[in-house]
Design a protein around this ligand. Structure first.
Ligand SMILES: Cc1cc2nc3c(=O)[nH]c(=O)nc-3n(C[C@H](O)[C@H](O)[C@H](O)COP(=O)(O)O)c2cc1C
Length: 413
């Protein structure tokens, strides 16, 4: 039976988030003190050796990102925490910020010290207004005790746009501009907010760092999958018995998550599919549930771990209807800056809607696949590149559902 391993969530439910002394009593801010004594290069080396990779979706090496930022000569550098958390079904970052804000603050301060940045921002999802006070109180307490050295943190919040989770759009929004993505390179490590070198990391990534500094890279890299070590917080929703969150080693399989920790399917119904990684993730069939959740394992089955959301569907769910809703989400959230995304998301939705209404034909399936491959190769940012992923996965694994929808007439999507 798979067990949780709470590294990031080690303090969850164990302390009052508004009382810094309770965090300090549980080893809090020891890692930051230790980092100050280690020196910048050794801190970066330790994070690199831990093989910690981004928990926001792209899976890039955290240590390398910090190294690239440190290496750039600049009069000012920044640390930005991506707390936009707009992926449907995802609330892991909220669990960290709401219940243990100091773990995030400590991780950001360690990063600031390591890369030579004295200013940090937390870009928080606009739908989390109740977290702003918690974050501001915790930041104020840490600063008042002089724990952060010369590092300061400001909390900013978005207006609820999914695209603002994409790092270049986030940085534009942080500068007060329209939240639209831009071409990379230059990467934020070289030219980030206000054109200064900037580390952008996810909440869970920063919150992993204090334990790595305290317990060492070797300890961390021995947990879970060797290429994507450590733990991952998953948020489980849909037709399972336990719709909640878990922190598990990264070599845990989807089956262990859904049928072990998740308690299996609700009402004794059979499993149909799990959409992994949020709305931009693939739908995974039963035959692939023994795949570990680790980043590369998921890629090997053309899926993504993404934000760690796992949305489970039982046998009664209409996969054409579900994928139509997913496609509609991307129409709504496309910022419209690039044509392949603006037009492609709309066309995909139209085609699926048509099929769901019994007005589709076999040529529509070819069109969907063509559109998907054009968008993956030509959209400006990950939103448009990933929008076809769930649709293509459904066409691959649940083709018979689409064929049946094409064969029948009538129902409205
Ligand atoms: C449309 C879109 C939405 C995204 N939303 C988020 C988000 O809510 N939180 C997040 O950390 N990363 C999000 N990302 C990924 C970020 O662009 C970036 O890779 C991440 O913040 C880097 O941090 P990490 O290396 O710690 O994962 C999103 C990417 C795209 C394309």
């Amino acid at each position: 039976m798979v067990k949780e391993n709470r590294v990031v969530l080690r303090n969850h439910g164990e302390l009052d988030p508004l009382k810094i002394d309770e965090y300090i009593a549980r080893d809090g801010y020891n890692a930051l003190k230790k980092a100050f004594n280690m020196g910048q290069d050794d801190v970066i080396e330790e994070v690199k050796a831990s093989k910690l990779r981004g928990r926001g979706g792209a899976g890039f090496s955290c240590g390398l990102k910090w190294l690239f930022t440190k290496q750039v000569e600049a009069d000012q550098k920044y640390v930005v925490c991506n707390a936009d958390e707009g992926e449907p079904g995802t609330y892991k970052d909220r669990m960290i910020m709401q219940y243990d804000p100091h773990t995030l603050i400590e991780g950001m301060a360690i990063c600031g010290y390591a890369v030579g940045a004295d200013k940090g921002y937390i870009y928080c999802r606009g739908e989390y207004p109740y977290i702003l006070d918690i974050l501001n109180t915790a930041i104020g307490q840490a600063a008042e005790k002089g724990l952060l050295g010369d590092f300061s943190i400001e909390v900013r919040y978005g207006a609820g746009a999914y695209v603002c989770g994409e790092e270049t759009a986030l940085l534009a929004s942080l500068e007060g501009k329209r939240g639209e993505p831009s071409c990379k390179p230059p990467y934020p490590t070289v030219e980030g907010v206000w054109k200064k070198p900037t580390v952008v990391n996810n909440v869970e990534t920063f919150a992993s760092v204090p334990s790595i500094i305290n317990k060492g890279a070797e300890w961390y890299s021995s947990i879970g999958d060797p290429d994507y070590p450590g733990t991952k917080i998953l948020t489980l929703s849909g037709d399972v018995n336990n719709t909640t969150f878990f922190e598990v080693p990264t070599d845990t399989t989807l089956r262990e998550v859904i049928f072990g920790l998740g308690g299996g399917m609700k009402d004794g119904k059979a499993f149909k599919a799990a959409q992994v990684g949020g709305n931009s993730g693939a739908f995974v069939p039963e035959s692939l549930l023994d795949t570990p959740i680790a980043f590369d394992s998921m890629e090997s089955i053309s899926a993504t771990l993404g934000s760690g959301a796992v949305f489970v569907l039982d046998e009664t769910r209409d996969i054409v209807d579900v994928s139509c809703r997913v496609a509609g989400f991307f129409v709504h959230e496309s910022c419209g800056k690039c044509a392949p995304c603006r037009i492609g998301t709309t066309r995909i939705h139209e085609i699926i809607e048509r099929i769901g209404q019994g007005r589709g034909n076999a040529a529509d399936l070819v069109l969907l696949k063509d559109l998907g491959s054009v968008m993956a190769g030509s959209c400006l940012c990950g939103l448009g590149q990933a929008a076809p992923v769930p649709i293509l996965s459904v066409l691959k694994h649940f083709a018979e559902d689409y064929d049946a929808a094409i064969a029948r007439a009538g129902e409205v999507c």
